[in-house]
Design a protein around this ligand. Structure first.
Ligand SMILES: Nc1ncnc2c1ncn2[C@@H]1O[C@H](COP(=O)(O)OP(=O)(O)OP(=O)(O)O)[C@@H](O)[C@H]1O
Ligand SMILES: [Mg+2]
Length: 454
């Protein structure tokens, strides 16, 4: 049952309204002053407040301000004296949902209250649903309701507690590092370190000393003994990011470390036992690299004990609304701004775009929009133009086995566009030329050349 609080310094009005709303089936509380109203707000879970504006002591406007600060979701309806429009406007500006003038029309008041409570209920359901959804469809900060992502969550759950080596494959920005961390934090190693290194970012010898450490004097610049990441990550997890970039010599050493569970620092003789779970990730096709002789097959099989392939965002567009919600929430917290609604128009643009940078790109778009947008909505103006009109359209390219003639293929494409434009322009050549962005004369030329009927 909804709880309504009515505030007025005239007892007769309280009695009247109290009777009316009790009959309507609400739980009614009354207060003869703002002070008393504050107490009731504090003690009861009030759903809606109706208050007079003019009262001795703390005015209805001050009460309104207090409510908006402390109970922002509680709708407030003001009662004003006939003809005091200025006050009413002031109240609306201060956050009142509506106002009614005295002497009031009881039926009107009933409708205003009913609508306000209905709206509040919808809002609360909405908030609740959204929370439920993100809870249900997120896993260690990884958001996704698509079947593919749900399967991955399942897989992570099952493999995390094992010590199996894992190879994560996915295009740039699909969440490889996020998944690697989830595996670590779901594993028994969670209280030890998660260390990650980008194998493509360092020159050969530096990568080796980063991974395995070195002893003093083993090369110029090695001024002291240094532990490598295998030692730093001991009893924890080591993510070898961009494993496809690892040079052949380091590949051999890594293979040996994985097989023997022992390493030797660069320039050292001592064998050091290691207990590290390895996760490798890449956005390259390692099988292709093996064929070209750039990646060792034996290492590949050592790493690929369990494979997780993260689908690109364009193959799981049903995840977009949840991801958007997730990032709006993230950046509203970070920027200390109110949460914003994303307009359906923007959502449509997101659905149509092919997201080459995947989730990272989506995140950047939302971050930027949250920073730029002025109102309480993210609109098309807050979205980069390239996303709305991608410069490069993805075109499937396939060349038939029996061979191909580029010129006749391109002519065929031109012919189809021209015919299409002519139909659109209802056979008006001048208009068709405009649609195609070419001159009248060129279009005439092509029509003759391709023998298109005018
Ligand atoms: N499913 C997801 N839910 C929520 N956030 C995600 C998800 N996937 C990726 N992200 C976010 O997108 C960004 C990129 O993710 P991450 O760094 O894990 O990608 P990556 O595959 O390692 O990319 P790269 O190949 O470029 O290194 C991060 O900020 C990450 O938190
Ligand atoms: Mg990464």
């Amino acid at each position: 049952m909804n709880k309504i609080l009515i505030v007025d310094d005239e007892k007769s009005i309280l009695d009247l309204l109290s009777m009316v709303f009790k009959k309507e089936g609400y739980n009614v509380y009354t207060a003869l002053s703002s002070q008393r109203a504050l107490e009731l707000l504090d003690e009861r879970d009030i759903d809606l407040v109706i208050t007079d504006i003019k009262m001795p002591g703390m005015s209805g406007l001050s009460l309104l301000t207090h409510i908006k600060e402390n109970y922002p979701d509680v709708p407030v309806i003001m009662i004003t004296a006939y003809g005091s429009t200025r006050e009413a406007v002031q109240a609306l500006k201060a956050g009142a949902l509506d106002y009614i003038t005295k002497p009031f029309d009881i039926d009107e008041l009933k409708i205003v209250v009913r609508n306000a409570l209905h709206k509040r209920q919808l809002e609360q359901e909405n908030i609740h649903l959204k929370k439920e959804l993100t809870k249900r469809y997120s896993f260690e900060n990884i958001v996704g309701k698509s079947k593919k992502m749900q399967e991955i969550f399942n897989l992570i759950e099952r493999i995390a507690p094992t010590d199996a080596t894992i190879l994560i494959y996915g295009e740039s920005g699909t969440g490889k590092e996020l998944v690697a961390k989830a595996i670590h934090y779901k594993s028994l190693r969670r209280n030890n370190k998660f260390v990650s290194i980008n194998c493509g970012a360092l020159p050969e010898n530096l990568l080796e000393s980063e991974l395995f450490g070195h002893v003093k004097g083993s090369f110029t610049g090695a001024y002291s003994d240094k532990r490598g990441l295998f030692e730093v990550a001991n009893k924890g997890t080591l993510l070898l990011d961009e494993i496809g970039e690892m040079n052949p010599m380091t590949q051999v050493k890594l293979l040996r470390a994985l097989q023997e569970r022992k390493i030797r620092r660069v320039g050292g003789v001592e064998e050091i036992e290691i207990d590290v779970r390895i996760i490798a990730s890449t956005n390259q096709n390692l099988k292709e690299k093996i064929k070209k002789g750039e990646f060792r097959e034996d290492l590949f099989y050592r790493l690929n004990v369990i494979n997780i392939t993260l689908p690109p965002l364009r193959e799981r567009k049903e995840d977009i609304p949840l991801l958007v919600e997730h990032f709006v929430e993230k950046y509203s917290k970070q920027f200390r701004k109110e949460k914003k609604e994303v307009t359906p128009e923007v959502m449509k643009v997101f659905q149509d775009y092919h997201w080459p940078g995947n989730i990272r790109e989506l995140e950047n778009v939302i971050e930027r929009a949250m920073a730029l947008s002025q109102g309480n909505k993210i609109t098309i103006d807050d979205i980069p133009k390239e996303i709305i009109h991608p410069a490069t359209v993805e075109m499937p390219v396939s060349i038939p086995e029996e061979g191909f003639n580029l010129n006749s293929h391109l002519e065929e494409i031109s012919r189809r566009y021209i015919e299409h434009a002519l139909i659109k322009a209802e056979r008006n050549i001048k208009r068709a030329a405009e649609i195609l962005g070419i001159s009248y004369r060129s279009l005439r030329h092509y029509i003759d050349k391709y023998g298109i009927k005018k």
